[in-house]
Design a protein around this ligand. Structure first.
Ligand code: PEP
Ligand code: MN
Length: 449
């Protein structure tokens, strides 16, 4: 029998349907759902298996301290914000951050967007009430609409196809930007010089000056800048909506193994990582590199059981733990977790999400975070790994390339009042372009140690 048609592999990919799956919508029209998933099943893959394999190798390097991951993008992408300018500005912000981090780390930075598929959101409640009216919660543009009307909030399977096409458009532009000369190191460096002209960032002058000298040294020494005109850039999103992930999963013709071709990297969220649940079962069966978010109540036992399920053979780069503990807890809770996992011996890539453990509500009523808390969690992450002799492998951030005002603080001192100016996110607050670059300078100092 051909390995490509191993019935056990294919039936295994349906096993999640028998298991409890949290955070899934109740589609009102099963026939419309089937029509949409049938269409997805026959649509071309968005990424290739070989690209996912390449990323797995890079994440393995990050687990050994030979590379560092920068994963960034919106909490929730939306269809209406899918414009060329928004995509360009996000890619540009990540590339600018990556140059600063490359210098600080003296290591390659693995660049990954929370982009081209980050459309499904877990919610703390199934419903939302306003002024005495209760409707289903907004679950992301791939499921329902944000408008607070009964019609918009009904899950609509046509959105699966819209999300697929919007992801394809986004990826197409990302590939064009990162392969077509836009990512040229000299150009990215010029953008960073532009950023440094703002006197608010004087504290980073010395560091920026070092990078500038390093680039002039490279030029003088005859470095091949033409080889630095393109970069590898990977896509990722939370693997939440299984009615989307399953039909985009394909059997790789080279190996007979299933790959989820909706993105290079998928992560399982803090709310859906139950060991006996649908998400862990499904993602255990695909070959992509997989992440799992771990919040402050995670135990060593949880982590080891997740390794048993998702990476039983200890393949390097296969499993990333994205910790999101909160600035005030990370130094207390991360050490035992890292020690327990390290003692097991199977490798994981440790990544810090300094966003999701630091949510607050501003005096003016906005869901926000403090820039200082975000930085403090990253600092704690480095301290814990340094003290244990383990490897801090990367950073996972919610950011955007524009001038929104959603996160408090930073050198431009966004305060409670400023949040009212450009608060645009539909779900979680994002670092704006300036705050993202500022973070890169601060983290680069930490990477330098
Ligand atoms: C997110 O990344 O937007 C998210 C919901 O994170 P977590 O699963 O860590 O809560
Ligand atoms: Mn979020």
């Amino acid at each position: 029998m051909s390995v490509l048609h191993d019935p056990a592999v294919l039936s295994g990919l349906e096993q999640w349907r028998e298991l409890p799956a949290r955070q899934q919508p109740h589609w009102p029209d099963p026939e419309a759902l089937h029509a949409a998933t049938d269409r997805l099943e026959t649509s071309p893959p968005l990424v290739f298996a070989g690209e996912a394999d390449r990323l797995r190798e890079l994440l393995a390097s990050a687990s050994r301290g030979e590379a560092f991951l920068l994963q960034g993008g919106d909490c929730a992408e939306t269809f209406s914000e899918l414009t060329a300018d928004n995509i360009r500005d996000k890619v540009k912000t990540i590339l600018q951050m990556a140059v600063v981090l490359t210098y600080g780390a003296s290591m390659p930075i693995v660049k990954m967007g929370r982009m081209a598929g980050q459309y499904a959101k877990p919610r703390s409640s199934d419903t939302e009430s306003r002024d005495g009216v209760t409707l289903p919660a907004y679950r992301g543009d791939i499921i329902n609409g944000y408008d607070f009307t009964e019609k918009a909030r009904v899950p609509d399977p046509q959105r699966l196809l819209d999300a697929y096409h919007n992801s394809a458009t986004t990826l197409n532009l990302i590939r064009a930007f990162t392969q077509g000369g836009f990512a040229d190191l000299r150009r990215v460096h010029e953008w960073n010089r532009g950023f440094m002209e703002n006197p608010a960032y004087a504290q980073y002058d010395a560091f920026a000056g070092e990078i500038d000298r390093a680039i002039r040294f490279m030029a003088a020494a005859g470095a091949d800048f033409d080889a630095l005109r393109t970069v590898e850039f990977f896509s990722s999103h939370e693997g939440l909506l299984l009615d989307y992930e399953r039909p985009l999963t394909r059997i790789d013709s080279r190996t007979g193994q299933p790959y989820d071709c909706s993105a290079h990297f998928l992560w399982i969220g803090e709310r859906t990582r139950q060991l006996d649940g649908a998400h862990v079962d499904f993602f255990a069966r695909v070959r992509n590199p997989i992440g799992v978010k771990l919040g402050p109540t995670s135990t060593v036992e949880d982590a080891l059981s997740l390794i048993d399920r998702l990476n039983p053979d200890g393949e390097p780069g296969r499993l990333t733990f994205i910790t999101r503990m909160g600035a005030s807890k990370i130094r207390d809770v991360l050490p035992a977790l890292v020690e327990g996992v390290t003692a097991d011996g199977r490798p994981v890539t440790w990544v810090c999400d300094p966003m999701h453990g630091n949510g607050i509500t501003s005096a003016t009523g906005y869901k926000t975070r403090r820039f200082g808390d975000v930085i403090e969690e990253v600092r704690g992450f480095f301290e814990v790994h340094r003290s244990l002799g383990t490897v801090p492998g990367g950073l996972h951030v919610e950011l955007t390339g524009s001038d929104v005002t959603e996160v408090l603080g930073g050198s431009e001192e966004i305060d409670d009042h400023a949040l009212t100016r450009r608060y645009e996110t539909l779900v979680d607050p994002r670092l704006n372009h300036q705050q993202s670059l500022e973070m890169a300078f601060l983290v680069a100092e930490m990477l330098r140690g």
